[in-house]
Design a binder for this molecule. Structure first.
Ligand code: B12
Length: 212
């Protein structure tokens, strides 16, 4: 098996040590970080995402693969220049105010990073204004929000309204996710899309960028 294929399989196999060891080896051999990202790491994580969608893999396994990807990204991060990363797009991500569920949005953030997006993760319990302020500051392309409680799902439209009031709604796409979100709800509140899982989130984010 060639090195790139081996790395991809190690992501799928949730083998953090092997992913790090092989990524290091590949870099030592002069393989370009972008090649590693787009031909080994991301395709591996895409497959994990697909396996999760088909109930072949479950959350703990997906998290282990995501951690392995994160470890590899730590090696690649300093080498990949900012401009290379920002080619795909800038995303502001966070869990809305009053909500501390973050496992889902962490996976989404990692997958987006793996797909080449520059992600600013604001964490959990993020006040409405903070999303808007950061989107403005970073000239973001996408604002991604996560909510898991029926009560906190009501924060999504607040953020959309604040983006409107700040005059930047036309410049950013808004995507929502988490147990409090749905495609229908996204439509109702005027969000640009909903992702039921991390693979769907990456597809959505990529589709936003290709329409620009
Ligand atoms: C783990 C968990 C917790 C953990 C959270 C730990 C953490 N660090 O995140 C803890 C124990 C802290 C917790 C606390 C609470 N929880 Co809780 N929790 C869950 C549970 C079991 C799993 C959620 C989870 O992380 N799943 C793992 C992720 C990976 O799965 P996922 O959702 O499929 O993630 C994908 C998508 O959502 C999507 N996605 C996620 N974010 C985004 C963002 C974008 C932009 C996009 C496009 C996609 C996207 O991609 C993800 C990756 O594939 C759910 C049950 C459930 N079915 O959701 C209840 C659940 C959400 N919790 C619930 C409740 C009630 C609470 C508490 C109020 C309990 C209490 N009485 O204290 C508190 C609330 C605290 C707060 N203020 O937020 C309820 C909510 C009910 C409701 N309708 O409001 C649920 C539904 C359980 C239930 N059936 O009652 N919880």
């Amino acid at each position: 098996m060639d090195l790139l294929e081996n790395i991809k399989e190690s992501i799928i196999g949730m083998d953090r040590e092997k992913v790090v060891e092989l990524t290091r080896k590949a870099l030592d051999e002069g393989i370009k970080p972008e090649k590693l990202l787009y031909e080994a790491l991301t395709p591996g994580m895409d497959i994990v995402g697909e396996q999760y969608e088909k109930n072949i893999k479950f959350i703990p396994e997906m998290l282990m693969s995501a951690e392995a990807l994160r470890d590899a990204m730590e090696l690649l991060g300093p080498i990949l220049t900012k401009s290379e990363l920002s080619k795909t797009g800038k995303v502001i991500m966070g869990t809305v105010e009053g909500d501390i569920h973050d496992i889902g949005q962490q996976i989404v953030s990692m997958m987006l990073e793996g797909a080449g997006f520059e992600v600013y993760n604001l964490g959990v319990d993020v006040p409405t204004d903070k999303f808007v302020e950061k989107a403005k500051q970073e000239k973001a392309d996408i604002v991604g929000m996560s909510a898991f409680l029926s009560t906190t799902g009501l924060r999504f439209p607040d953020v959309i309204q604040s983006l409107q009031e700040a005059g930047i709604r036309e410049q950013v796409k808004v995507m929502i996710g988490g147990a409090a979100a749905s495609g229908k709800y996204a439509e109702t509140i005027g969000a640009d899309g909903y992702g039921s899982n991390a693979s769907a989130a990456v597809r959505l984010a990529k589709s936003f960028m290709s329409k620009q």
